[in-house]
Design a protein around this ligand. Structure first.
Ligand code: ASP
Ligand code: MG
Length: 726
């Protein structure tokens, strides 16, 4: 049913005043009884967005991606679109922003001051941008599809040609439409469809008869005045027509902006969409960019429904939880017996009760990984490991008698027996053993959560995250892993709370691998990336990131905000809170990371996002257990390629160099490597530079043990002159 509103004496941006008739349709629950989704139609569309002849029925409807059982759908007709009999002849007086203002007035007269989402394709997306810019507090989500906040030059040019057809042609709508079809689609899409085939009867190419057909069809159903108007609107989208402030306001608003582009769109190009994304993302994390891959060009937003649904799923979630997921990661100390584990259960249960859409990622409990390492070492060297193993088992089982961990301990026992028999173990076996830290933790917490009424589901990342076979520090195969994670995720029930094991993964062949020590943070950020999370909350046993290690420097201060790049520096230089790779997957999707304290509910923690806090030095950090290798020799002076040889030799032996230093005299080179690699590094270098020893270009390679690396993290080297007190 079509409803009507009167907007009296509306004055356009161009200064013309007239009465406007605004019609709309409603679908789903009665207005004001459910969250409202406003759908803005495209050029030749209308308010009939769902149902039998609805132009977005594939996306909107009962049980569809935008579910009319859950959301009230409101769709206005662009006044003058011809659907309701109202005509605008003075189309030149209107710009897209006028329609946005009329829609806002419409909302006002319907008593709507908050929307769950505004979604629109093409022109509808442009009007959506304009509405959100005019009223940045209006909607929780803004979803422009195949659109942008401004008409592009190419689009403006095409609209100009369209206008020429509309004004000059004998069959204006017909001819304009034929031309427009070229720009809505792409050369590839024509080729795929027609293959130069001909229509024998009509003696024309099929592409020609297809164009004629579209021209004729539109002519039959669309009015000239409506086409002139919507064409004019399409080329006048620009939220900055009254200055940059509108863009900045939107940038700073809490609207979640989900830009959906089409890789082959000629009108609103993917490239310009990505630029918009970047510009917005610099200031705020609540913007995402998703891309429809299609040969069909701009029209993909009316064709590629499956892809659009996937991109919209996290926003409208068919399961009744509309919010994007929050990934909660808990570290070892948080999962320790006693207060820790109790708090973890409390936190998860609290969030679930509050309706948050949570995903849990766990590391091993307490010092499990270290302990497993020690036991393994003892078993391999023929020492008695059984006592340690028993102590480990007692601790892990604690008083949780209802949780059966016997299978895990049996498997561990047989792995240790094997190692004891052989007197040795491979890195592959070590990964198999260490994995049990996380497996036990995840199984236990899953069961305990179930006991508390949460529908927790254990997801073993050995089955979901795939890596190469670099055991101990395996590299993740991202697209394969993403696919597998998303598949597993889509099989979950609406109220399931997945509990993922951190740190562990497997090769394509199914052999267990690990992602490097402290790797569960990395697992969590990968999952956050794959699932397009709203935020990653990393629960630790400290209040956040400090200006220095509080255990070493009592005056250390908590940092409330860091930028990704500052955090990345910290990660590389020893803040064990962050695995060195943690930041990258977050950065890519602009997902904020919050470091929180499991034991201190009230703390705000440290927020790591696109924004940085105040200027200056942020933190000092210390990496211990490093060694300095010194190559000394007068002959190094002026020699070309010495550094390259050093790195190549060490690289081939898988020895990572943290820092190098070289005096300008070039009489020596210092390299920082991990302590346990120092001897091997020296041997490798001695072999590599055997000739240089003989020629006495190098006279010594020495090791200085027990080095610590102190790093200073700041935003800007220019502030370096300021006195700094950690
Ligand atoms: N349990 C693993 C470790 O201790 C991974 C982690 O805790 O992040 O290194
Ligand atoms: Mg840990």
């Amino acid at each position: 049913m079509l409803y009507h509103l009167k907007i009296k004496a509306f004055t356009t941006y161009s200064g013309v005043t007239q009465d406007i008739s605004l019609s709309y349709q409603l679908f789903g629950p009665e207005l004001h009884s459910a969250p409202i989704v406003l759908v803005n139609h495209a050029l030749t569309g209308n308010s009939n967005v769902t149902g039998k002849d609805g132009w977005w029925s594939s996306l909107i409807g009962e049980g569809k991606c935008i579910d009319t059982k859950k959301y009230t759908i409101l769709a206005f007709n662009v006044p003058g679109n011809g659907y309701d009999g109202f005509v605008i002849d003075n189309y030149k007086d209107f710009v897209a922003g006028d329609m946005a203002r009329i829609f806002l007035l419409g909302l006002e007269s319907l008593g709507i001051n908050r929307l769950f989402a505004i979604i629109g394709g093409s022109l509808g997306g442009g009007i959506a941008w304009e509405m959100a810019a005019l009223d940045p507090g209006l909607t929780e989500h803004l979803i422009p599809v195949a659109s942008d906040w401004k008409s592009t030059d190419w689009l403006i040019a095409n609209c100009q040609i369209q206008e020429q057809f509309l004004v000059n042609s004998k069959q204006p709508v017909h001819d304009a439409r034929m031309h427009a079809m070229l720009c809505y689609r792409t050369p590839e899409s024509f080729k795929q469809r027609f293959q130069r085939s001909t229509n024998e009867e009509l003696q024309v190419f099929n592409v020609e008869s297809w164009l004629m057909h579209h021209g004729k069809k539109l002519q039959e159903r669309f009015q000239l005045s409506a086409y002139k108007l919507t064409n004019q609107l399409l080329k006048t989208i620009d939220i900055t027509r009254k200055g940059e402030a509108a863009f900045v306001n939107l940038q700073n608003s809490s609207t979640n902006i989900h830009i959906i582009g089409v890789d082959s769109d000629l009108f609103f190009t993917a490239k310009e969409n990505k630029e918009t994304y970047k510009q917005l993302a610099q200031a705020n994390s609540n913007v995402t960019y998703g891309e429809i891959q299609s040969v069909h060009g701009h029209d993909a937003f009316l064709i590629e429904f499956e892809q659009i649904q996937k991109l919209l799923k996290t926003i409208f979630d068919q399961n009744g939880r509309s919010r994007r997921v929050k990934v909660l990661k808990f570290g070892g100390t948080s999962l320790a017996n006693g207060e820790g584990i109790g708090r973890v259960l409390e936190i998860v249960c609290g969030k679930v009760a509050a309706g948050d859409n949570v995903v849990v990622v766990l590391s091993a409990r307490e010092k499990a990984t270290d302990q497993l390492e020690v036991i393994l070492e003892k078993a391999a060297s023929g020492r008695d490991y059984r006592k340690d193993f028993e102590a480990f088992e007692t601790y892990q089982k604690h008083s949780f008698h209802n949780v059966n961990l016997s299978a895990e301990f049996r498997e561990l026992a047989s792995l240790f027996e094997g190692v004891a028999l052989l007197g040795d173990y491979s890195l592959k076996t070590k990964d198999q053993v260490l994995a049990y830290g996380e497996l036990i933790a995840a199984k236990l917490i899953t069961k305990l959560l179930i006991g508390k009424g949460v529908k927790a589901v254990l997801l073993d990342t050995r089955e979901l995250i795939k890596t190469d076979s670099n055991f101990g520090e395996a590299k993740v195969l991202e697209s394969l892993s993403k696919e597998m994670v998303l598949k597993a995720f889509s099989r979950l029930e609406p109220d399931d709370v997945p509990v993922f094991t951190g740190f562990i993964a497997s090769t394509r062949a199914g052999e267990t691998t690990t992602l490097g020590r402290n790797g569960s943070n990395y697992t969590a950020s990968l999952l956050a990336n794959f699932l397009d999370a709203q935020e990653l909350q990393n629960y630790t046993h400290v209040d956040g990131i400090f200006t220095a290690n509080p255990e070493l420097v009592p005056e250390a201060q908590k940092i409330s905000q860091l930028s990704y790049s500052e955090a990345n520096e910290l990660a590389n230089f020893g803040a064990t809170i962050l695995h060195a790779k943690t930041i990258i997957p977050l950065l890519e999707k602009n997902i904020p990371l919050r470091i929180l304290n499991t034991f201190n509910h009230d703390g705000e923690g440290t927020l790591i996002s696109a924004k940085s806090g105040t200027e200056g030095i942020k933190s000092l950090s210390v990496i211990e257990n490093e060694a300095l290798i010194n190559l000394e020799g007068r002959g190094l002076l002026g020699k070309v390629g010495v550094d390259a040889r050093i790195f190549k030799a060490l690289g081939q032996n898988n020895i990572n160099v943290g820092i190098i230093s070289q005096g300008s005299s070039e009489r020596g080179i210092g390299l920082v490597v991990a302590s346990d690699k120092a001897r091997q590094a020296r041997a490798v270098l001695e072999a590599e530079f055997e000739d240089a020893f003989q020629s006495q270009d190098i006279n010594a390679i020495s090791i200085i043990e027990d080095v610590s690396v102190i790093s200073i993290i700041g935003q800007d080297l220019s502030t370096f002159h300021k006195p700094f007190n950690a």
